[in-house]
Each structure stands twice: as C-alpha cells, then as structure tokens.
Design a protein around this ligand. Structure first.
Ligand SMILES: [Fe+2]
Length: 290
C-alpha cells in the first residue's frame, strides 16, 4: 500500500495521470503543471483546511453568479492578471505588429455597420467630449490594408457600457467600420472615461482581499479583422486618463496609449486622435504555432 506523505503526494498524483484511460499530450502537460504548482502553493503557504473550504465555497459562489450577463471567472482572472498574461502568451508581439490587449466582458457581436467618419454616439451626455478618431491599418511593410473591419466599443461619459445601462440606446457607442483602399479609417465617438469593473460579490471580495481598487483608465476597444491577417483584439488608452499606471486589470501597454488632442475647427469635434495599427499575416502566426 502506498504511503502518501507531504513530500511525495505531488509525484503520486502526477504519476496517476493516464493510468485508467487515455489522455492527450496537452492534457498531460497542463495537468502536470497544474498539480505541481497547486501542491507547491499549498506547501508554500501551509494552506489550512478551513481556508481550503473557504476557497471551495468562494468558487461555488462565483459560479452561481455567472450567467450570460456576467462571467465572474473572467473577471477574477482579470483581477489576478491572468487574462492579460494568457493574452500575451497567445499573441506574443514578435515584430512591429500592434500589441493586443484583453477583450473584456463588454463586447457585443454584430455592432451597427457604419460608413467611414460616422458617429457611434446615439445619446448625448452633458459632460461628453466628442472625438474624431482616425488612422491607418498597415501591414509590416507599411502598406495600407484595404477592407479591414474595425469593431469599436467604449463606455459612455457616465462610465457605463450601453448593455449595462437601461438609459442608453441599444448599441450606443458601438460600431463596425472598414478601412478604405489606402487602409484609412475614421469615426466619431466620445472621450472614454475611467470606470470601475464590477466590484460587488466575489469580484469585490477578491479586490478587497488584494487591497485593490476596481478602476480602469479610459480606453476604446477594437477588434480588427481581415482574411489573411491575424485578428487583433486590442484597446487604445487616453494618455491623460487617471489609472493609466494602476489599471485594475493590468491591460495597459505603452504602445497602445494615444494622445487625445484638441481638434481643429474643421472637424467640429472637441478632440482629435490619430492612431495606426499594424496587422500580422495569418500564415506567420500559423507557421509559428506549427
Ligand atoms: Fe472596457
């Protein structure tokens, strides 16, 4: 009979993998690492049984909270910096292509398709600052890419995304744009404001346990897509926003920070942003993965 000890339990569990059925190589790799790191974690902090039971109850509550409106585990992964780490591991920036950032929980598929230069604003707020946002999407050689779709979405000046605010019109501050034959895109929007991620329930418990605030700096979300290129999920941050150096989900990257400057009169907007993206060919990342 096997005598399980604090010292050998990790090897015992890892050696049991695949003993009673086939497992894939990837599952073996993931489970081996997971078991080793979790056991080491328990030994390192000398985890006590009441703390283990608390963790089980906490995860059960997080699961019960999750729905198609609230994905609590993504939120917990964000607060712990795991989503941003996984994103960087999945999409390493290896050249001059634009850096990615987390998708976040507020994306909606199939936003309104709008012509170049149109506005995503369906409802005016007293304190809003209007923005003319334009730029080019290029390949690694600097050539503009035509026909790239850009999904953009952001929070309103009250700090809420429209799908979390019954007082905003459907799809307010969301739109799908396309680059022209030169790779140029443009749209009108509002200056994004800092907002707190949901900080009630289990996400709030975790933030308090870490001694963290829930705030994110002002940003506009983007998804850029075109056949033949790797889809880019990213965010562009306002360089003058609060919380830029202290994002609650750790998603800020220097290359994604843009200046929101005073706009010229001809634009009839308060602010002007020029920001370019560089896309990577799809085959380059496929070849790398292979
Ligand atoms: Fe966001």
């Amino acid at each position: 009979m096997r005598n399980v000890t604090i010292e050998n339990v990790t090897d015992v569990v890892i050696n049991s993998l695949g003993q009673n059925g086939q497992i894939t190589q990837r599952n073996r790799e993931i489970m081996t690492g997971l078991i080793r790191h979790m056991h080491d974690f328990c030994r390192e902090v000398k985890l006590q049984h009441d703390e283990f039971l608390f963790a089980c109850d906490y995860l059960a509550r997080a699961g019960q909270l999750s729905s198609d409106k609230r994905q609590e585990f993504i939120l917990l992964g964000d607060i712990l910096g795991i989503e941003v780490l996984v994103d960087m591991l999945t999409h390493p920036a290896t050249g001059i292509e634009s850096e990615s950032s987390v998708l976040g929980p507020f994306y909606r598929e199939n936003p309104p398709v709008l012509p170049k230069g149109a506005s995503t604003v369906q409802k005016a707020f007293d304190n809003q600052e209007s923005v003319y946002f334009e730029g080019h999407v290029r390949d690694a050689d600097g050539k503009g890419i035509a026909g790239v779709t850009l999904d953009v979405w952001e929070d309103a000046p009250n700090g809420l995304y429209e799908n979390h605010d019954p007082d905003q019109p459907d799809f307010n501050l969301r739109g799908r744009f396309e680059t022209d034959e030169n790779g140029h895109f443009a749209f009108r929007a509002v200056r994004p404001v800092p907002y707190p991620i949901p900080d009630d329930e289990t996400a709030g418990e975790l933030l308090r346990a870490m001694g963290h605030h829930p705030n994110r700096p002002g940003h506009i979300h983007f998804i850029l897509a075109k056949d033949g290129y790797r889809t880019l999920i990213s965010q562009v941050f306002d360089s003058s926003s609060d919380w830029l150096d202290n994002d609650s989900v750790f998603a800020v990257k220097e290359s994604l920070v843009a200046e929101f400057n005073k706009a010229g009169e001809e634009l009839d907007q308060d602010l002007y942003v020029n920001f370019d993206f560089v896309l990577k060919p799809q085959q380059a990342s496929a070849a790398k993965a292979a």
